[in-house]
Design a protein around this ligand. Sequence first.
Ligand code: MTE
Ligand code: MO
Length: 303
Amino acid sequence: MMIKQTPDLTENDTTPYALYQHRREFLKFLGGAALLGTALPQRAWAKSAFSTDETPTDFADITTYNNFYEFGTGKDEPAIKAKTLITSPWSVTVDGACEKPGTYTLEDILKPHALEERIYRMRCVEGWSMVIPWQGFPLGQLLKRFQPTSKAKFVRFETLADPKQMPELKQNVLDWPYTEGLRMDEAMHPLTLLATGLYNKPLLNQNGAPLRLVVPWKYGFKSIKSIVRISFVEQQPVSSWEKANAREYGFYSNVNPTVDHPRWAQYNERRIGEFSKRKTLMFNGYEAQVASLYSGMDLRKNY
Ligand SMILES: Nc1nc2c(c(=O)[nH]1)N[C@H]1C(S)=C(S)[C@@H](COP(=O)(O)O)O[C@H]1N2
Ligand SMILES: [Mo]
């Protein structure tokens, strides 16, 4: 069964013309780069309401400098070891406080959603950052289809945990399966994306194929990869990182240059591919869009 994962290349109502044109140009560009066997060149991207116009990080860096502990803790390990992950067939189980629980094939999940491009800044809690041109669709659009009830206050996500496909699960660096969570309003926020691709290609395994979360105003570990379960829950879920070290990793994990990690500062970051460091922005630069979600909260306590 063919599962369509890349954006439709024909013009359609859901793709603004400028974006379509830009995408077509870029694909031509990609073709040329592939023929020449060169690295992807840096270029200016068309602006969209949700995208940064900052230069995307090189494809080679995005796909070889990864955190995916199920395939080892070294940054270079997921690109080498995640080849054993089987992403087709794939299904996602939806349960908890909703009217339409069930196990859905990836095809069922993706079918009604038009994919769009979102160029997001991504900031890892370890102090590095990237700009990634994702393809995906807003998580909120999918969650609505399952008709969450009034009891659904949070959404909990789980990554696949299969020792046959993920040999590093033997290493108990985290409590598997990798687990993350969002408050309902964070999950429904239009910036919160489910990604299926980047740089106009289906996600590579090391980036969390076939379906991963992208929450650009939070530290990278919230952006859980290779999702197999989505649960609507009443209580605030405990993530794998919070379980491992609650003093260092809280539930919210919003990028905040004024609140240091207990072992290191967070006021600046190294953009992969750049030499000197740059200042880290409040909510990773998405303050105008998301600050209202946290009005009245003490972000020092709710880190
Ligand atoms: N299942 C799972 N998801 C994960 C991780 C992980 O180890 N396992 N690492 C997180 C961290 S710390 C970061 S910074 C991002 C990295 O995503 P990327 O490799 O696509 O840049 O994935 C996040 N999602
Ligand atoms: Mo991270």
